[in-house]
Design a binder for this molecule. Structure first.
Ligand SMILES: NC(=O)c1ccc[n+]([C@@H]2O[C@H](COP(=O)([O-])OP(=O)(O)OC[C@H]3O[C@@H](n4cnc5c(N)ncnc54)[C@H](OP(=O)(O)O)[C@@H]3O)[C@@H](O)[C@H]2O)c1
Length: 328
C-alpha cells in the first residue's frame, strides 16, 4: 500500500524532515501493518534528527504511535482491526502507516483512546522503569526530577506522588511551576531564578536526596550530583540541554561514594514480558485516575518541523502528538 511518511536524508535542523510518499510492502512473517491514528512526539526524536544519536540514512523518524492493525503477516497473534500501540518497535512512526514486528505491539484496553496512547506509551513506560526499577522509590522518600512540566515529567510526578513519595521538580518558568504543582510535585524550583542545591538542602533539612532523575543533562549534571546524599543514585537519562561532560570517576568518590546509571527504556523493556508488564502497570495507573495524560500540543503530521521547533525551544508542556489525518 502507499503511505506518506516523514523521512530524513541528512541530519540537521527541523528543516531536514520532509513528508514523502512511500510504498509499504505487504508485512512478512511476524510483521503487521499498523495504520496510525496518533503519533507520539519525544525528545529522543530530535537526537535522531540532529545526529546526536546516529541512524543509518535515509531513515524514517519517530518511535511511538497508536492505531489499527491493517494487515497481518504469517504467524502473528493479532487480528485485522485490533487497537494497538507501540513505542519501541522500530523507527518511522511519523507516518500514516508503518510495518512493525507484532511482538513489540501492545493491545490497547477499551478505556484508552488512540491519542492518549500515543501521548503516553514511551513517556509512561519511562516513568515506570525509572521509579519502579532503576530505583524502587518508596512512600515517604523524597526525590528530584528535572524538567517536571515536560512529557515524562508530568507523568512521573503524578505516579511518584500516588505511591506516597515526595517529589521535588525543577522547571524553567512560573507557568510551568504551577503545572508541575498540579501534577504531583510537592516542591517546585525554577532553575532559571533559584539555586537548586540550596533549595534542596532547605527542603530536606540538610539531608539531601537518595536519588535524582536528570533528563536535562549538560546544564544540570553537576547540580544533580550536589543534591545527592552519600551513596545516593544519580539517574542520568537524557540530554535536553546537550550531553554532560565526560565524568572523572573520582568525582563520585569525592561527593560521597555516589552511584550513577545511564539507563534507557529499550533495555528495561527488551523482552516481550518486560514490555507487557511495563505497559500493564502504566495502563493500570491511567485507568485508575492516578495518572492523567496531558496532551497540550497537537500538530498535523505535515507540521512536524514546527513540533520539533516548539519542543526544542522549551515551548511545550506535557505530551505532544502528531495527527496523520490532520487537525479536526
Ligand atoms: N533514557 C530514557 O529511557 C528516556 C526515555 C524518554 C525520555 N528521555 C529523556 O527525558 C527527557 C524528557 O523527554 P520528553 O520527551 O518528556 O521532553 P520534555 O521534558 O517534554 O522536553 C524537554 C524539557 O527539558 C527542559 N530543558 C532544559 N534545558 C533545555 C534546553 N537547553 N533545551 C531544551 N529543553 C530544555 C525544558 O523544560 P524547562 O523549560 O522547564 O526547563 C523542556 O521542556 C529528554 O532528555 C529525553 O531524551 C529518556
Amino acid at each position: 500500500m502507499m503511505t506518506r511518511a516523514i523521512r530524513i536524508h541528512e541530519t540537521g535542523g527541523p528543516e531536514v524532515m520532509q513528508l514523502e510518499g512511500l510504498e509499504l510492502e505487504a508485512p512478512g512473517p511476524g510483521m503487521v501493518t499498523v495504520v496510525n491514528k496518533a503519533i507520539g512526539l519525544n525528545y529522543i526524536d530530535t537526537y535522531h534528527r540532529s545526529g546526536l544519536y546516529p541512524l543509518p540514512l535515509p531513515t524514517g523518524l519517530g518511535l511511538e504511535g497508536a492505531g489499527l492493525v491493517e494487515t497481518v503477516g504469517e504467524g502473528v497473534d493479532l487480528a485485522v482491526g485490533d487497537r494497538v500501540a507501540y513505542c519501541s518497535a522500530g523507527f518511522g512512526a511519523y507516518a500514516e502507516a508503518i510495518n512493525l514486528p507484532a511482538v513489540r505491539l501492545i493491545k490497547l484496553p477499551d478505556g484508552i483512546d488512540f491519542e492518549t496512547a500515543a501521548a503516553m506509551m514511551l513517556k509512561g513506560q519511562t516513568a515506570e522503569y525509572l521509579l519502579q526499577r532503576t530505583y524502587a522509590l518508596k512512600a515517604g522518600e523524597t526525590c528530584l526530577f528535572h524538567a517536571a512540566a515536560g512529557g515524562v515529567g508530568l507523568i512521573f510526578g503524578q505516579w511518584a506522588s500516588s505511591i506516597g513519595a515526595s517529589v521535588i521538580g525543577t522547571v524553567g518558568s512560573p507557568e510551568k511551576a504551577e503545572l508541575a504543582r498540579q501534577h504531583g510535585y510537592r516542591h517546585v524550583i525554577n532553575y532559571n531564578t533559584e539555586n537548586v542545591v540550596e533549595r534542596v538542602l532547605e527542603i530536606t533539612g540538610g539531608a539531601k536526596l537518595p536519588v535524582v532523575y536528570d533528563g536535562v543533562g549538560k546544564d544540570t549534571f553537576e547540580i544533580s550530583l550536589d543534591c545527592l546524599q552519600p551513596r545516593g543514585l544519580m539517574v542520568s537519562f537524557g540530554n535536553a540541554s546537550g550531553s554532560p561532560e565526560p565524568l572523572d570517576l573520582q568525582t563520585l568518590s569525592n561527593k560521597g561514594s555516589l552511584f550513577i546509571t545511564r539507563p534507557t527504556m529499550f533495555t528495561y523493556t527488551a523482552t516481550p514480558e518486560e514490555l507487557q508488564r511495563s505497559s500493564e502497570d502504566l495502563f493500570a495507573r491511567v485507568l485508575s485516575g492516578d495518572v492523567r495524560i496531558e496532551i497540550n500540543q497537537r500538530y498535523a503530521l505535515a507540521d512536524v518541523q514546527q513540533a520539533h521547533r516548539d519542543l526544542e525551544s522549551r515551548k511545550t508542556t506535557g505530551s505532544s502528538i502528531l495527527l496523520p489525518q490532520g487537525l479536526s
